[in-house]
Write a protein that binds this ligand. Structure first.
Ligand SMILES: [Zn+2]
Ligand SMILES: [Zn+2]
Length: 472
């Protein structure tokens, strides 16, 4: 069993007991008050006393017009889908643009796939229309189409409302694809509210709207072969449709209408993730093999002078940094899960071995796990498993996270826990933040906005060298 935990300031710091393999509450010892500024000051004083702060210079080898429409894939590979409209729905045949029928307000109609055709049926099932491509469902101006049973990223399967038009078209093997055709600005209202808590400060929501707009325009078309531009999950950006809209996020979208970030007159790849753990990562450190992107550089998510640290941190200081929750911009428990800033995971040796084998192949008995290379921000670029038969290396943030059992980020330190026998009994993974940590730190943006930064300043911090340009 893997045990996990986390903390933020103002809460008890729970440290896993050495030798801890059981998840019972009684096995967690050494509760430490704070974890916020006081604990950080104590830690800092200890570091200074021990002369652990190192000065490393140079590069670290150590390691105005119309908003365009977008096509969003909502559901793929289904046999049938039901829909209705609070104000009615008009149904056309795709391509032919021939109107076939009109659903009254609240009537539930269905489209099914059969023998290479799409079949529309009225509520009684008595009247049906069978066509080759599919149907377009359009609500009256300003209204929505309700699609029943759409799987969401955060909130499971539910009935969801969408603005714009819905296309139900035939995909492969007689299955259907449901696509929402909507203008980018309307799409963003359903994205910003899904990708960032709507209670975040308005300037953070505006920074999120600009970043999300850039991602939509840059990634549109990546699902073209499936019949749409973007999916509605985390792969592209989470989109909850009109159901997830909120007045605050709507305002963030409309107040930044058409604005994107440009670098050297080209659209910038405005990646973002939940929590950087205190330092954002270089794109090539998380995705080895990528070319360094000038505006996706790892940056401390704190004022180094204010915090009294010299960057980069050495391996030992880094471990300490990962065990405490320093007062960095994204250490904002009132804006989100306190465990996002710091977390830990204790896993029995055999479970770690299993996950590592799946990622890197067999290596015999697992003897040790080491972070062998770090990026400038401190994230692990390479993790090595020392096996009885051979060494295996795992490179890249995604692979490292999977190899360590699906942990929140690659900003980690791994410590073996001695067992009775010759092998370690378990491994403790100390981690910071959530997500790939490249580009904007969403919780950091909230922290900065909470301190009075406006969205342009927030964007300039996380995407250095980019400028805000209005595209339409
Ligand atoms: Zn996608
Ligand atoms: Zn951060």
């Amino acid at each position: 069993m893997v045990c996990r935990g986390g903390w933020g300031p103002g809460r008890e710091v729970v440290r896993p007991q050495v030798g801890f393999v059981d998840c019972g509450r009684g096995d967690v010892i050494d509760y430490r008050r704070g974890g916020g500024k006081r604990a950080w000051m104590r830690f800092r004083a200890r570091l200074l006393a021990l002369g652990l702060l190192v000065f490393v210079a140079g590069p670290v080898a150590r390691a105005g017009g119309q908003a365009p429409n977008v096509r969003i894939g909502l559901v793929r590979g289904i046999e049938s889908v039901s829909f209705s409209g609070p104000a009615g729905v008009t149904m056309d045949v795709l391509r032919g643009e021939r109107e076939v029928a009109t659903a009254g307000p609240g009537e539930v109609w269905e489209v099914g796939g059969e023998r290479g055709r799409a079949r529309l049926a009225d509520p009684s099932g008595e009247r049906t229309w069978s066509v080759r491509r599919g149907f377009r469902l359009t609500p009256p101006e300003g209204e929505v189409v309700r699609v029943y049973g759409v799987e969401g990223h955060w909130d499971g399967v539910m009935d969801r409302d969408y603005r714009g038009a819905i296309e139900v078209r035939r995909g492969g093997r007689g299955r259907l694809v449901v696509v929402n055709v909507v203008d980018v600005e309307t799409y963003l209202r359903g994205v910003v509210a899904s990708e960032m808590p709507t209670r975040y400060p308005l300037e953070a929501l505006k920074a999120q709207a600009v970043a999300a707009r850039g991602q939509a325009l840059m990634k549109a078309g990546r699902h073209r072969r499936e019949g749409f531009d973007l999916c509605s999950g985390q792969h592209c950006q989470v989109y909850g449709g009109a159901t997830s809209e909120d007045g605050r996020t709507d305002a963030a979208v409309s107040e930044t209408r058409g604005e994107v970030l440009m670098y050297n007159r080209r659209l910038a790849d405005t990646l973002y993730s939940s929590n950087c753990g205190g330092h954002t990562a270089n794109n090539e450190d998380y995705w080895p093999g990528q070319r360094p992107v000038p505006y996706l550089r790892g940056r401390p998510d704190f004022d180094a002078e204010e915090l009294g640290v010299e960057l980069p941190l050495g391996e030992e200081e880094l471990k300490q940094f990962l065990k405490y929750a320093p007062p960095v911009n994204c250490n904002q428990p009132w804006y989100g899960r306190s465990s996002a800033i710091r977390w830990w995971s204790v896993a029995p040796r055999e479970e770690v071995a299993e996950a590592l084998r799946e990622e890197a192949g067999d290596f015999g008995e697992l003897l040790d796990v080491r972070v062998t290379e770090r990026g400038e921000s401190g994230i692990a670029r390479e993790v090595m498993a020392v096996g009885s038969r051979r060494l295996v290396r795992v490179r890249g943030g995604g692979a490292i996270r999977r190899a360590l059992g699906g942990v929140n980020s690659a900003f980690v330190a791994v410590e073996p826990v001695k067992g009775e026998g010759e092998f370690p009994a378990a491994f403790v993974i100390w981690g910071a933040g959530w997500g790939h940590q490249v580009g904007m730190c969403q919780m950091g943006a909230a922290g900065l906005a909470g301190r009075g930064w406006d969205y342009r300043e927030v964007l300039a911090k996380y995407y250095p060298g980019c400028e805000v340009v209005r595209r339409y």
